[in-house]
Ligand binder design. Structure first.
Ligand SMILES: C[S@@+](CC[C@H](N)C(=O)[O-])C[C@H]1O[C@@H](n2cnc3c(N)ncnc32)[C@H](O)[C@@H]1O
Length: 282
């Protein structure tokens, strides 16, 4: 099935610039920077290979929107955003110069200041490298951590609470491997409950990348950490994203999380400020 064209203000501005320069063609990305194609600059709009046309009015609309990406299909644009009745929150795909991030009620789910979501993902996954065996990825989001873990793991089980987040991921070109990689198994549910289904010692690594404490407090609780400890193999590693350690409230949350991880049984806990989290060893 052909993939839909997904655009942000970055491509829209490039195309408008090409039109202003009276160019006949321009190179533009149909998938938020993953690949480039030659686009015809016509009076009616920018025409992509395959015939899809972005009108100049729509290009101007997209160029003015820095917090949402758009799908272009059948000559119409549609913002990538969803209201979730499940959580009473708005989900949208926000562009960056690299991979886009997921906004939940306006809060980015990846680091974007001084870095980008892909580099952020690499910094998290590297804290528990080498990743082998069976991996639990507690919060799917756009699937970036699951996709990265699946490059070396035997199996990745990734859990997402809100189907709205997965709907956004389905439209995100950077999330495509989440849906076609047989190494990744997706579960829908609250990981607080789902984790109880797993046998003791059944994962070699766990990557815990929850929303911030104020959005998902139970995922920072002693009760949840005891479950993570139980399902981790002896010698296994847990990375827990917490937040910018130089921020006072994240530093407070980190201190509490470290204490509760120790109480849950983790023998060694190492702060990894470069990844805004901690690694706990069993
Ligand atoms: C920081 S994002 C995860 C980013 C993800 N690791 C990635 O690489 O794109 C957090 C995700 O956790 C989801 N979430 C929130 N509460 C949850 C829960 N109780 N169980 C599972 N997922 C949850 C949110 O909907 C959001 O998609």
């Amino acid at each position: 099935m052909p993939q839909p064209i997904v655009l942000s203000f970055i491509q829209a501005k490039q195309l408008l610039k090409a039109r202003a320069a009276k160019a006949e063609t321009a190179l533009a990305s149909p998938d938020l920077g993953i690949s480039m194609v030659e686009v015809t600059i016509a009076d009616s709009g920018a025409i992509f290979p395959g015939g899809e046309c972005l009108s100049w009015d729509d290009a101007t609309t997209i160029a003015a929107e820095e917090t949402r990406c758009f799908v272009l299909e059948h000559g119409r644009i549609k913002p990538i955003q969803i209201y979730s009745e499940e959580t009473d929150r708005f989900y949208s795909l926000m562009p960056t110069e690299g991979a886009p991030t997921l906004l939940i009620s306006g809060i980015p789910m990846h680091r974007i200041k001084g870095t980008d979501p892909y580099k952020d993902t690499l910094s998290k996954v590297r804290t528990i490298a080498p990743i082998r065996g069976r991996v639990l990825d507690t919060a799917t989001g756009l699937g970036y951590t699951a996709i990265e873990e699946a490059k070396t793991a035997e199996q990745v089980i990734t859990v997402e609470f809100d189907p709205a987040a997965l709907e956004i991921a389905r439209l995100n070109p950077w999330s495509r491997r989440l849906f076609d990689n047989p190494t990744i198994e997706q579960r829908i549910g609250d990981v607080f409950d789902v984790v109880q289904d797993f046998a003791d010692g059944s994962f070699s690594c766990i990557l815990h990348d929850p929303p911030m404490f104020s959005l998902a407090g139970q995922l920072y609780s002693g009760e949840f950490y005891r479950q993570l400890y139980r399902v981790l193999k002896r010698g296994g590693r847990l990375f827990h994203y917490i937040g910018d350690p130089s921020n006072t409230s994240a530093a407070t949350v980190t201190r509490g999380a470290v204490r509760r991880l120790q109480e849950a049984g983790f023998t060694r806990i190492v702060r990894r400020p470069e990844a805004f989290g901690v690694v706990a060893y069993k």
